[in-house]
Write a protein that binds this ligand. Structure first.
Ligand code: MLT
Length: 265
């Protein structure tokens, strides 16, 4: 696995940035977009797919080893960063695979850069915007993390992330590995971006690319039943529920998850 910094040009008021990108393999380009507040290491079990894909695994701006975020950042700005990355790497199009926040980014990407996506793999995510309670909780977390730092995140998020069967099981990468190096300002800015994100439910019928939806059978954050409803409204879709998996399906049941991706190679 090669790791390098890719320069993303400035856009309007947004500064230029460097995205840390892991890359390996050959075949169809597969861009893996991590969830919040994680980084590219969450896809460690998918690095094996480099045997069949040209794997591109970035740290989003603000996360891992990439440049910091700026105030007022939007979910659409993450999508525009990914479009710039694809252009910088001189690729025509990619299979875009995003988990949770990565899925929110995926919907913006399809809306803004549809020609760059050959397929969208939406993992453990949703199309709806936040309700009032959720968006209020995000604003509270944004304030709290600025005052207290990010250490409480793992303690408070961990019980909701994993399926019951995985709570006491060793996972690779482990939760402490996944939550290492998180920056308070990235958490605060991204929470506000997610609180303000668009609702894509009314646009599902207009999606022009095939969409594969992957849910965890014990995901309490983005339940499988809600993902099935999304699948039913997208013209060309397939839907898989992965057993023994909560919100982190690619980690909790990597074998089954990778089998689903291999169908697309
Ligand atoms: C994620 O895994 O990216 C988060 O659960 C997204 C969210 O907070 O809605």
């Amino acid at each position: 696995m090669n790791e390098s910094l890719v320069s993303i040009p400035a856009r309007g008021d947004l500064p230029a940035a460097q995205l840390n990108v892991k890359r390996a393999g050959s075949g169809n380009a597969l861009l893996l977009v991590h969830g919040f507040p994680l980084n590219s290491e969450m896809w460690r079990n998918q690095f094996a797919l480099a045997e069949r894909f040209d794997l591109i695994v970035p740290d989003l701006r603000g996360f891992g080893k990439s440049s910091p975020l700026v105030e007022g950042w939007k979910v659409a700005d993450f999508a525009d960063d990914l479009a710039s990355l694809i252009t910088e790497l001189q690729l025509e199009s990619v299979i875009l695979c995003g988990l949770s926040l990565g899925g929110y980014i995926g919907f913006e990407f399809l809306d803004r850069h549809c020609q760059l996506a050959r397929r969208f793999v939406m993992c453990n995510s949703r199309a709806a915007a936040d309700d009032l309670v959720t968006s209020r909780g995000r604003r509270q977390m944004a304030e709290r993390v600025k005052n207290q730092g990010p250490e409480f995140l793992q303690i408070e998020m961990a019980p909701k992330l994993l399926a019951s069967v995985n709570i006491d099981r060793p996972l690779s990468p482990s939760l402490p590995e996944l939550f290492a190096g998180i920056k308070a300002d990235s958490v605060a800015i991204t929470q506000l971006a997610m609180a303000n994100r668009r609702d894509f439910r009314d646009q599902l019928g207009e999606i022009k690319v095939p969409v594969s939806l992957v849910a965890g059978d014990d995901d309490r954050i983005t339940p499988a039943a809600e993902m099935q409803q999304i699948a039913e409204r997208i013209p060309e879709s397939e839907f898989d529920v992965v057993p023994s998996a909560g919100h982190l399906t690619p980690i909790e049941n990597a074998t089954r998850f990778n089998q689903i991706l291999l169908r697309l190679s």
